[in-house]
Ligand binder design. Structure first.
Ligand code: KIV
Length: 276
């Protein structure tokens, strides 16, 4: 059985050059499946807006949505480090608002840390949340909550200036006390440069092979979500097809009467003449 990673392990893994893996879960069953696997970290991401709630993006996701989904994941994955994502609007107004909501998320769900999007500008907030006793994971590069300001869902850090800014962002977040940083959608050389610039793990999603940890959305890597597949997603299974095939087989047997056979029925004889 795997041993749950602690906050201290993140830094130790980086020092030892030991890689690890990180996926999403938004419900009890998926969390318990991840818990049975070797994957070390679960993110209850605000991507649940699209994947669980059918929204077009993450912007409408609320603190209530997050709390509702983080709780069952924490229950289902006792041996896996669980990260709670701060949704858009829950920390962007002021430091007080961010600290209050981060505290609420931890108290209501029991997750192991919070994650929030943003670089240099959010370093004072990260410092304040850490000072309040809560571990913070940063998130830079493509930050879906403000994708509109970034000109859409596109690769970041594609110029020397923007790559330098990402390195600055990572260093400032590290200085502010973040224990790790998600780096999303950057050229692989930029992933390498950012990872080499800090002593905390860089958790890459679409950031190439030279980062410290690989992140993917479970529903993407297992082929559950549908046809949408970003370039950086490798399909490790076609669970959607397995599920549709299973449902179709059930449908066929339900209509033909093949199901339920005696094996799936309560076969005790009851004298129905005595019923009336
Ligand atoms: O919400 C999410 O799933 C994320 C990942 C893309 C890292 O933030």
């Amino acid at each position: 059985m795997k041993k749950k990673m602690s906050i201290l392990d993140f830094k130790r893994y980086k020092e030892e050059g030991r890689k690890f893996a990180y996926v999403t879960a938004y419900d009890y069953t998926t969390a318990s499946i991840v818990n049975d696997s070797d994957v070390e970290v679960i993110l209850v991401g605000d991507s649940l807006g699209m994947i669980m709630l059918g929204y077009k993006d993450t912007v409408a996701v609320t603190m209530e949505d997050m709390i509702h989904h983080i709780r069952p994941v924490v229950k289902g994955a006792p041996d896996t480090f669980v990260v709670g994502d701060m949704p858009f609007g829950s920390y962007n107004k002021s430091i007080e608002q961010g600290v209050k909501n981060a505290t609420r998320m931890i108290k209501k769900t029991g997750c192991d840390c919070v994650k929030l999007e943003g670089g240099v500008k959010y370093a004072p907030l990260v410092r304040a949340i850490v000072d309040a006793g809560i571990s913070v994971m940063g998130h830079i590069g493509l930050t879906p909550q403000n994708a509109t300001q970034l000109g859409g869902f596109r690769v970041q850090g594609g110029t020397p200036e923007s790559a330098r800014q990402l390195i600055e962002d990572a260093k400032e977040l590290e200085q502010a006390g973040a224990f790790s940083i998600v780096l999303e959608c950057v050229p692989k050389v930029v992933g390498k440069a950012v990872s080499e610039a800090v002593k905390i793990p860089i958790l890459g999603i679409g950031a190439g092979p030279f980062v410290d940890c690989q992140v993917l959305v479970t529903q993407d890597l297992l082929g559950m979500y549908g046809d949408f597949k970003p370039k950086f997603v490798k399909l490790y299974a076609n669970v959607r097809k397995v599920m549709v095939d299973g449902l179709n087989q059930f449908h066929k047997e339900a209509l033909s009467g093949e199901f339920p056979s005696d094996e799936y029925s309560f076969n005790k004889e009851v004298d129905l003449d005595k019923l009336y």
